[in-house]
Design a protein around this ligand. Structure first.
Ligand code: 0RA
Length: 659
């Protein structure tokens, strides 16, 4: 039966605008929340806050607000307050209710009441605050406008009463308080760092606005709460200095460009450093366009064309020509950090995660602007221009060496028996989705893991000592490092530096889970970070598609008589000790063993605590914020020591590195 014969699939003939209206109501949002906010996990939960903050940012971009306060309350409800004009509360004849109620109950109604303002922020899915209302068990809107304090409450998106006056006020602004619906979300717990990092990013992207976040769940001894405040005077210039704090720069000041063409404001900042990675972060309407798009394409095109022309005219490329080394687009972006921020009135987002800009007109706008401004810059700053071209030449030479090294490795794999690494103890199952690869610190712990594992689905690859720091090493070193070669041959994937091979084929991946298992000490976390850095820089898809995990071995084994308990933190140790000794009254026979390394456990203990899927805890590595993750890796693994020490000291109380 063809689709056309299937009556159910045919459109009803009386399909009218009214039907669409009904379909687009808040019930639709509750039925299919993922369609509106991406997902209903931690990510979607945080998205609710971004959606509300975005409305306040729009008010700020319109020039009416300069301060936004976000509060995480004790019960994980959220408040967002701004000092804008306040959402209009006047009665709407046509809608038969207040403008405020329309904004909060009709999808996409946000910008409807302010025709002059230029709405650009408006969230990734552009659904507006009504969506947040639909997915909240309770929401309260308070508006301070014309000297009056208005209030209206909602439950599951439905008004509890119409907007009412609650008194007089000198204040001006909007307060939205909401409590997400626990029947919709898989988790209700907000992460301070996740929200705070996003507010920091918004402060850099929108200079002049103060963004504050307070966490009332975290009270300090002096009675104040955990809090961050962000404000940036110089916007993207501050942003790039912050991102590149851990990198050695090859120019004194970043190149900054700002302009507007055909109603598309464009702001770009860029600078080169001595690293070998490309770090271009692009934003459309404050949204990180992870998949790039036309704005990024325009930037790249102009960068390559303009630098190439300058280098040709200055005859600096002759050296390369003599060695028969051809320059490629990648070479112009090695060691480049750039931030591109455009504002597009009607953005078309495409791609798997809807973070790829599709508007064609933007390509030419960015291309032309960057081309002109960069040409002027190079002419006016010959010293920097020379440094940049030298960096490009170095990149081309290094890429040439890397290609040779990679070809050698690949040829060996094909002709020299290839196959799996000798050190790998593989599993018997061939179903990649159920298979797990443990990357284990040290041969001895590797041996224990081999004995303890379930060999049907668990494979073990021991790693000796510290693996190569890919943040600092020249690219071709990757193909000379035994440990790194072992990792990617075991995984079954290939890595490369060429443009086309970057689209990694995860289809060949031999394991559904890749689990990093290191000692629970400083060295162990350093090794885990080195491995994560390698994945982040060269196999990012592995993290993005959720394949990377960190094993969590216990810190102590507490024994008393026949009682035995593994614990994972000092706090837990205190609780268990108190329990075993009846609050310290009876400490006799208490034995606390501290596990310094995996090697101190026998195979049964290692299996029980760290490897058995029934009892272990795995931490999945996710990337909340790509820009911040990039900064953290550059800092942790880079040359400059002070920022790294500061980070480690500040985060020392966390048992883990959250990315
Ligand atoms: C439409 C019109 C006007 C203000 C707003 C929307 C507005 C919305 C939000 C959402 C959060 N904070 C907000 N602040 C303002 C004002 C129109 C006018 O006063 O002329």
């Amino acid at each position: 039966m063809s689709d056309l014969e299937n009556k159910d699939l045919q459109q009803p003939t009386d399909y009218t605008a009214e039907n669409i209206q009904v379909l687009e109501g808040l019930e639709a949002v509750r039925k299919r929340p993922a369609m509106y906010i991406g997902d209903v996990s931690e990510r979607g939960l945080h998205h609710l806050v971004y959606e509300v903050v975005d409305n306040s940012i729009d008010e700020a971009l319109a020039g009416h607000c300069d301060h936004i306060w976000v509060t995480i309350h004790k019960d994980n409800s959220i408040s967002v307050l701004d000092n804008g004009r306040g959402i209009p509360t006047d009665y709407h004849e046509k809608e038969k209710r207040s403008a405020l109620e329309v904004v909060l109950t009709v999808l996409h109604a946000g910008g409807k009441f302010d025709k002059d303002s230029y709405k650009v922020s408006g969230g990734l899915h552009g659904v507006g605050v009504s969506c947040v209302n639909a997915l909240s068990a309770k929401l309260r809107a308070e508006v301070f406008r014309n000297g009056i304090h208005y209030i209206q409450e909602f439950e599951y998106g439905k008004p509890v009463y119409s907007v009412k006056e609650a008194g007089k006020t000198d204040y001006r602004g909007t307060l939205i308080w909401f409590k997400p619906d626990n029947s919709i979300f898989t988790t209700l717990e907000y992460k301070f760092t996740t929200l705070s990092t996003r507010l920091k990013e918004l402060a850099f992207l929108n200079k002049g606005i103060t963004l504050e976040i307070v966490d009332e769940r975290e009270e300090k001894e002096n009675g104040t709460f955990l809090k961050d405040i962000y404000y940036s005077e110089e916007g993207l210039k501050d942003f790039i200095n912050y991102l590149d704090g851990g990198r050695e720069k090859i120019m004194e000041y970043p190149i900054y460009m700002e302009g507007e063409k055909d109603n598309v404001p464009v702001e770009i900042v860029m600078q080169y450093n001595t690293s070998f990675t490309e770090n271009i972060h692009s934003y459309v309407n404050n949204i990180n366009t992870i998949e790039g798009g036309t704005h990024l394409a325009g930037f790249r095109r102009a960068l390559t064309r303009t630098l190439k022309k300058y280098a040709d005219e200055s005859k600096m490329l002759e050296k390369l020509e003599k060695q028969k080394i051809e320059i490629s687009g990648d070479d112009f972006r090695e060691g480049l950090t750039a931030i591109i921020s455009v504002k597009v009135a009607e953005p078309q987002f495409e791609g798997q995660t809807k973070t790829k800009l599709g508007n064609n007109e933007v390509m030419g706008i960015v291309d032309q602007m960057v081309g002109e401004m960069l040409r002027n810059y190079l002419e006016e700053n010959p010293k920097d221009a020379k440094e940049i071209v030298n960096k490009v030449i170095l990149a081309a030479t290094a890429r040439h060496a890397a290609r040779k090294a990679r070809e050698l490795v690949q040829r060996k794999n094909v002709f020299g028996g290839g196959g799996l690494p000798g050190k790998l103890w593989d599993c018997s199952s061939k179903k990649s989705e159920e298979c797990e690869l443990y990357l284990v610190e040290g041969d001895s712990a590797g041996g224990t893991a081999k004995q303890g594992r379930d060999s049907k689905f668990q494979a073990i690859l021991p790693l000796r000592g510290k693996i190569l720091n890919v943040e600092k090493a020249m690219p071709h070193k990757i193909f000379e490092s035994e440990e790194i070669k072992n990792i990617f041959t075991a995984l079954g994937v290939s890595i490369g530096t060429e443009e086309d091979s970057k689209a990694l084929n995860l289809e060949k991946l031999r394991y559904g889970k890749v689990i990093i298992m290191t000692d629970a000490d400083v060295d162990g976390s350093h090794i885990a970070t080195l491995i994560l850095t390698f994945f982040f820089r060269h196999l990012k898809e592995l993290i993005e598609f959720g394949h990377v995990y960190i094993a969590t071995p216990p810190l102590y084994l507490i024994k008393k008589g026949k009682q035995e308990r593994y614990v994972w933190s000092d706090k837990e140790r205190e609780t268990v000790t108190a329990e075993f000794t009846n609050d310290g009254a009876n400490t006799g026979g208490l034995h606390v063993q501290r596990y310094k390394g995996l090697g101190e456990m026998n195979e049964t203990q290692l299996w029980e605590t760290t490897m058995n899927p029934e009892t272990r805890t795995l931490r999945q590595v996710t990337i909340d914020n790509l820009t911040e993750a990039d900064r953290v890796f550059a800092m942790l693994m880079g040359d400059e020591v002070p920022p790294r020490r500061e980070f480690i000291e500040k985060n020392a109380h966390y048992a883990k590195i959250d990315i």
